[in-house]
Design a protein around this ligand. Structure first.
Ligand code: SAM
Length: 300
């Protein structure tokens, strides 16, 4: 099939397997941002509801080589070499990766649902969508017996606004991760539109959207599309290969946060120099783009 858009709509065909990318620098940035969001959004009392629209398998077996060796492996090596230089959020996240099984080659990599679960309390809830049948079955096995978790097979974007709105009614804090495969061009339209609908339907929920950065063209167009819908956000983009050196490849990634908890942007900005230096493919050449479109306007 040559048309990416129709491939996206073919629900029978897996269009993406995250196993190949598990533990890469994009996963590192995403999971670090998720851990910080869940930590900082923890309410003083009451339960939290974590929702994820594109959950994946929940756990991956790392091969003897793979993208993880340019991601988590480099971060851990840098941390082991200079333990006193490790920013607190990075140290916390590395500790969690290790507790969840990361030990280098042939070890286990916790996907975002498993990372989130490790930070949740007994009264919290998780709602996880995964469209691919095999990935969904693996996820269901991983969460088997965990009464906090609801695993849904299907499109995680279709009912996002309704689901997050419902979660707000029963939880003190709601955190949502949107982590699509970006395997079709129309993801760059469909994803921000679904996010804007969900933001408009809710008052308090924190949203995190992960996206790849090959060049700034598509990310900037997506940010403009969200701004045109009135979505206020904080964006933290980490680029570890200069964008003009390697066009059309994954050079970095962004996390867009809507209603981030206080301190989240500071955690990301404070962690970027360590992660950037550790993962830069050209020595010392990394960059952080931090954008803040301001606090959300109060709702009438
Ligand atoms: C990037 S991976 C998720 C990785 C995971 N969030 C993590 O960090 O461990 C994207 C997942 O979305 C799934 N997927 C693709 N389109 C989807 C859709 N419309 N709704 C739900 N899941 C979808 C893919 O099968 C894939 O497992």
């Amino acid at each position: 099939m040559s048309d990416g858009a129709s491939r996206y709509r073919d629900s029978a065909a897996p269009d993406y397997g995250h196993g190949f990318h598990a533990g890469n620098v994009g996963d590192a940035w995403k999971h670090l941002g998720l851990v910080e969001a869940l930590r900082l959004a923890r309410p003083a009392s009451g339960a939290m509801h974590y929702l994820e629209s594109h959950a994946g398998e929940g756990r991956y077996r790392l091969g003897s080589t793979g993208e993880w060796s340019a991601g988590i492996e480099r971060v851990v090596a840098a941390a082991d070499a200079q333990p006193r230089a490790v920013p607190e959020p990075v140290a916390r996240w590395i500790g969690l990766c290790r507790r969840l099984g990361y030990a280098g080659r042939s070890s286990s990599w916790a996907g975002s649902p498993d990372v989130a679960r490790a930070l949740l309390e007994p009264d919290d809830r998780l709602s996880l969508w995964e469209r691919d049948a095999a990935a969904n079955a693996a996820l269901a096995r991983l969460f088997d017996g965990d009464s906090r978790a609801r695993i849904v097979s299907g499109d995680g974007l279709a009912g996002l606004a309704r689901e997050v709105h419902a979660a707000e009614a029963s939880a003190s804090a709601v955190v949502v991760l949107v982590d699509p495969p970006w395997s079709a061009k129309d993801d760059w339209l469909r994803v921000p539109d679904a996010l804007a609908d969900a933001v408009a339907a809710t008052d308090r929920a924190t949203f995190l959207l992960w996206y790849p950065v090959k060049s700034l063209t598509r990310p900037n167009a997506m940010l403009a599309r969200l701004a045109a819908r009135g979505v206020r956000s904080t964006v933290a983009e980490l680029v570890t290969t200069p964008l003009d050196l390697r066009r059309g490849r994954l050079n970095g990634s962004g996390l867009l946060a809507v209603r981030p908890p206080a301190g989240w942007a500071g955690s990301m900005a404070g962690s970027a120099p360590f992660l950037g230096a550790a993962c830069a493919t050209h020595r010392g050449a990394w960059s952080l783009r931090l954008l803040d479109s301001g606090d959300p306007a109060p709702r009438a």
